[in-house]
Design a protein around this ligand. Structure first.
Ligand code: LLP
Length: 408
């Protein structure tokens, strides 16, 4: 089982019980993905940090912790949920970006290691915690990703400190007596071929040579999943083999042969474990385009509208519709948000969809619920976990209209 799918009967049962729309997750797939990532390298000081921004549901974090992964955070919110999920301070790595002095203090006081991504934030760290232990995020000039909005390396990104500024970094470290615990990078989100990651790793290791005595090098995340049925899976065996080679070459030269190597996968751990169920409420044809109107607006799943992302869609027939079958037809699946860009799937060839049928959207476990919003004052959906025995459990309740009034 690569992707999480459920039967029509099960989908209707869950929607009857928990309402629509609904995020549903597979515990089995999350655990399997955690193990695959842990097996990427045989090197004994290899650690996998789950990049929690992909999905911060408390119960999913507990599963990931049980699997032996550590975790990244990038906001106080992520941090406190991770603590609640049972991660110890030394298991959390705070990859910060343009944070306030208050936020930096919040992290330092909790004994959590933090990476800064500019000289000005390194100065701030030095002022707040002279003599402290810190990490620095570098941009080695290598970028990757499925969209320019998520490419975080190379010459056109706000992230990290360019590798050429290593001497200035050293100067600030010395001035405040800081210990550089590690260096990290993240080249971007979603690569499916191994080359860019390997090139990025090689560059970061080269840079590490300029900083003797590091405890770790963190190569970042970005491991892609095949959203489209014609895409090939990322070849983790090949990636692992090549990475191991680059790593061994580096360790042979580096002064700390026990150095820890970290990676930060987000999407890979959870994306395929998530399914979004929604209902079709209206159908129309306007000027030659057939629209399937659902409750899956971009307040629920933003990726298609924000990045033009493709998500596979399955039609689950409502038994009450009498089992009518038709051939494939091209449709636009749209939501209930007041913008014409509110399109979940465009020109998609699908079996006949009727009112009352269910639309299941695949691979939504990463950057799905976490990017959901209250736009148009719509409510964020519930989340349900299917455990390894297939039993369902509510892991986040649906919002209510009262939740919307709570802040006034
Ligand atoms: N590390 C850092 C520093 C990151 O910024 C990210 C993602 C990750 C790790 C994890 O990347 P992953 O393994 O999940 O690719 N909302 C977008 C993705 C944004 C990624 C942001 N940073 C999407 O839906 O495609």
């Amino acid at each position: 089982m690569e992707k999480f799918r459920i039967s029509s009967d099960r989908a209707f049962e869950l929607l009857d019980k928990y309402g629509s729309p609904l995020y549903v997750y597979s515990e089995e797939i999350i655990r399997r993905r955690c193990r695959e990532m842990k097996g990427l390298l045989t090197y004994r000081n290899f650690r996998v940090h789950y990049s929690a921004k992909a999905n911060t549901n408390l119960e999913l974090l507990k599963i990931i912790r049980e699997e032996g992964l550590d975790v990244d955070a990038m906001s106080p919110g992520e941090l406190i949920i991770e603590e609640k999920a049972g991660f110890a301070p030394e298991q959390i790595f705070y990859v910060s970006n343009n944070i306030s002095p208050e936020e930096m203090k919040f992290v330092i006081e909790r004994g959590i290691l933090l990476s800064v991504d500019s000289l000005s934030q390194l100065e701030l760290y030095g002022r707040l915690n002279p003599g402290g232990r810190v990490a620095v995020r570098f941009n080695t000039g290598v970028g990757a990703g499925h969209h320019e909005k998520v490419n975080t390396g190379g010459e056109k990104t706000k992230f990290a400190i360019q590798a050429e500024a290593a001497p200035q970094v050293k100067e600030v470290l010395d001035r405040y007596g800081l210990k550089l615990a590690g260096i990290n990078q993240h080249i971007g989100s979603l690569f499916l071929d191994v080359d860019s990651y390997i090139t990025g790793a090689r560059k970061l290791f080269q840079l590490a040579m300029e900083f003797p005595g590091l405890d770790f090098v963190d190569l970042g995340g970005g491991f892609g999943i095949p959203y489209h049925p014609l895409e090939e899976r990322l070849d983790l065996v090949q990636l692992g083999r090549e990475l191991e080679k680059v790593l061994q070459e580096f360790l042979a030269e580096y002064e700390n042969p026990e150095l820890t190597v970290m990676i930060e996968p987000g999407r890979y751990i959870v994306a395929e474990a998530g399914l979004l169920l929604g209902k079709c409420h209206a159908i129309k044809e306007n000027y030659g385009t057939k629209y399937i109107g659902t409750d899956l607006g971009f307040n629920v799943l933003m990726r298609p509208v924000l990045y033009g992302s493709y998500h596979e869609v399955e039609v689950l027939k409502n038994p009450a519709n009498g089992g009518k079958k038709g051939g494939l037809e091209k449709v636009n699946i749209v939501g209930n948000i007041c913008e014409s860009g509110d399109i979940l799937a465009k020109n998609r060839e699908l079996p006949l969809i009727e009112e009352g049928d269910v639309v299941a959207v695949l691979d939504v476990g990463a950057y799905g619920y976490v990017m959901a919003s209250n736009y148009n004052c719509r409510l964020r959906p519930a989340e349900v976990l299917l455990d390894r025995e297939g039993r369902d459990r509510l892991i986040r309740r649906r919002e209510t209209l009262d939740d919307l009034l709570r802040h006034f």
